[in-house]
Unconditional design. Structure first.
Length: 618
């Protein structure tokens, strides 16, 4: 371990000068120049209907709430023109008698001389009634398909999921129902992957550890800051659609994580390699679509590596460092640098130990911090118990009326579903990597456990956050619905501080720990993509981990606007190959579910006939 840490510092030190000497603006501009097309493509929005409104602009003023004015080379540019409903105009037509020209359909350009003779201009502005990112349509469409195809597994499998996490079926998952109870349909065979060393102990971690490892990558800034941003745009009604997205996402998680276990690779030393890369190649090859599967797997592996360096690493380190610096009022760029170094060392200690070390850490951090956060939310809700029904009233009213928010019903629906889907990552495929390492003979057992993840992340924690904000903001003291905010953590901290003084300190600690747990989980995700492309082995593993730790320091040291946009786009680009593969492999998932349910029934029938537990049978 010591020599690895020493090697880390030797490699990082030359990069520290780069991080300090290179301006953030240069990095942002370079990334935006070469990757902007990719970001715009992934998050491109499909418009639904349009609205036309008359707008009069006072050209003598700079009014960021109505338009953006920029003067370059004696020319005046009026861009980002806002309609009265707060939408950005996508097309404008000048109605007043002005000698001005429209450029690029949605901006006006004129000379400074013309500015003096044109004090105002009246426009007819057009904007989409609402628009939705196409990648969100794929996510939600996939979730709806899986919900219906698997007969509402997100509801019918909930109780079973709780029992599995509690270890009620650990005996059949380790030894097989055929071994213990004489199941007439043996689980050993070509469909179920067995370890070479121990036929009775596939995998590396327990159901609970796999669940917390996957949760650690999703529970965090999205639940604390993202909810506040969604409410600022869509109002309280966004909460309802957030919950809907979480419930639908449960079916997606079930499907992809079942495949993650079924098609995983197990090395000679017992190390598990799993995730979409493996079920796309193996699963589609078995269906006669090997070429398609290989292409989709390679694309997914590239995206998951990029996402692990950016959104799963640099963004987390950057936000944690920002909260730390702000809490202790530290000045200067070196504060973020030193924070990044400390964070890199802590991350190194965990990730060099592999998934077992990661799981052992996340199974402690995630329940602890989520517990504190939910407890604080419950205290606030308890102190304002009489207002809970009013809050839900606003949520339901806003969900179906829009409460005057821009975009109305469709706009509110999109904001809620977008935040819910992006928070729990259902359909992205990342969680299937962590869940594939579980110890079980029945792939569907972990799929059922995985459906708890969107429920905990979105239905419980996101809803708690939303209720606290709505209740503490009844008077509109710190948030105006319909006006987008940028710093969601500050709004959430203000909401909690209004009832629990100085809770923002605890919230900062939570942000740092959640960021830490997200980084160590995404390091595992990225490494799985890395070894899929570049081969398995200690050298390959170490190369990726060192690169990952370098990006921790860089992320904490500099501002990362366009860099983070690009890395986020890579994470959600994973949706495309993953959803295609999972839909095509749905019949196999259904067969695995039937097999697991049959094994459970065999056990329960045997117990009813007098077999108390595994030890009695053995």
């Amino acid at each position: 371990m010591k020599k690895y840490l020493l090697l880390l510092f030797v490699l990082i030190l030359p990069l520290l000068n780069f991080a300090q000497e290179t301006t953030s603006q240069k990095i942002d501009n370079a990334f935006k120049k070469y990757t902007g097309w990719f970001v715009e493509g992934i998050f491109a929005e499909i418009p639904f209907g349009e609205i036309n409104e008359e707008v009069t602009l006072d050209l003598t003023k700079t009014d960021p709430f109505k338009y953006n004015k920029k003067i370059e080379n004696d020319s005046v540019y009026i861009t980002e023109i806002r309609l009265p409903s707060n939408r950005i105009a996508t097309e404008i037509d000048i109605l007043s008698d002005n000698d001005l020209s429209v450029r690029d359909k949605n901006s006006i350009v004129f000379s400074e001389k013309e500015l003096n003779s044109n004090q105002s201009v009246t426009l007819m502005a057009t904007s989409p009634y609402a628009s939705i990112p196409w990648v969100l349509i794929v996510l939600v469409g996939g979730a709806l398909f899986f919900t219906i195809y698997f007969k509402f597994i997100n509801v019918t499998g909930f109780r079973t999921a709780i029992k599995v996490v509690q270890g009620k079926y650990e005996d059949i998952e380790k030894h097989g129902a055929d071994t213990l109870y004489g199941d007439s349909t043996p689980n050993e065979g070509g469909d179920i992957i067995e370890t070479i060393r121990d036929e009775g102990a596939d995998g590396e971690v327990s159901h609970f550890q796999a669940l917390t490892a996957a949760l650690s990558a999703t529970v965090g800034l999205g639940n604390i800051a993202g909810v506040a941003v969604a409410l600022s745009i869509g109002g309280p009604g966004a909460t309802f659609w957030m919950i809907v997205a979480g419930l639908l996402g449960m079916a997606s998680k079930f499907a992809e994580c079942t495949l993650g276990v079924k098609y995983r690779d197990v090395g000679n030393d017992g190390t598990v390699y799993g995730g979409p890369m493996y079920y796309l190649t193996k699963g589609l090859r078995a269906k006669g679509m090997g070429g398609l599967g290989k292409v989709l797997a390679v694309i997914f592996a590239i995206f998951v590596i990029g996402g692990s360096f950016g959104g799963g690493n640099m963004f987390q380190a950057n936000q944690a460092a920002a909260q730390f610096v702000k809490l202790f009022d530290l000045e200067g760029g070196n504060a973020g640098l030193y924070f990044g170094l400390v964070m890199a060392v802590l991350v190194a200690v965990v990730i060099i130990g592999g998934i077992k070390r990661i799981a052992s850490v996340t199974e402690k951090i995630v329940p602890f911090m989520a517990g504190i956060y939910v407890l604080a939310a419950l205290i606030i809700l308890g102190a304002n118990f009489t207002l809970i029904d009013d809050a839900f009233g606003l949520i339901f009213e806003g969900a179906f009326s829009g409460l005057g928010i821009a975009g109305g019903l469709v706009g509110v629906m999109i904001q809620g579903i977008r935040r819910g889907a992006f928070s729990n990552e259902a359909g992205v495929g990342s969680a299937a990597i962590a869940h594939s390492a579980v110890r079980t003979k029945y792939p569907a057992s972990e799929g059922i456990v995985a459906l708890l993840e969107p429920f905990v992340d979105t239905v419980v924690i996101c809803t708690m956050t939303a209720l606290v904000i709505v209740i503490t903001n009844f008077d509109g003291s710190f948030m105006e619905y319909g006006v987008e905010i940028k710093e969601g953590v500050e709004i959430t901290a203000t909401a909690f501080d209004s009832v629990i003084p100085h809770f923002s300190v605890v919230l900062t600690i939570a942000v740092i720990l959640f960021a830490f747990s997200t980084m160590i989980s995404w390091s595992y995700y990225g490494m799985q993509g890395w070894v899929f492309l570049f081969g398995k082995g200690k050298t390959s593993d170490l190369a990726y981990k060192i690169l990952f730790l370098i990006f921790v320091v860089i992320g904490a040291s500099i501002s990362l606007g366009a860099v983070i946009d690009f890395s986020d786009a890579m994470i959600f680009a994973m949706v495309v190959p993953n959803i295609i593969g999972v839909v095509l492999l749905s019949p196999i998932i259904r067969n695995e579910l039937k097999k697991y349910y049959k094994a459970i029934n065999v056990k329960e029938e045997a117990i009813e006939e007098g077999a108390d537990d595994m030890n009695e049978i053995l």
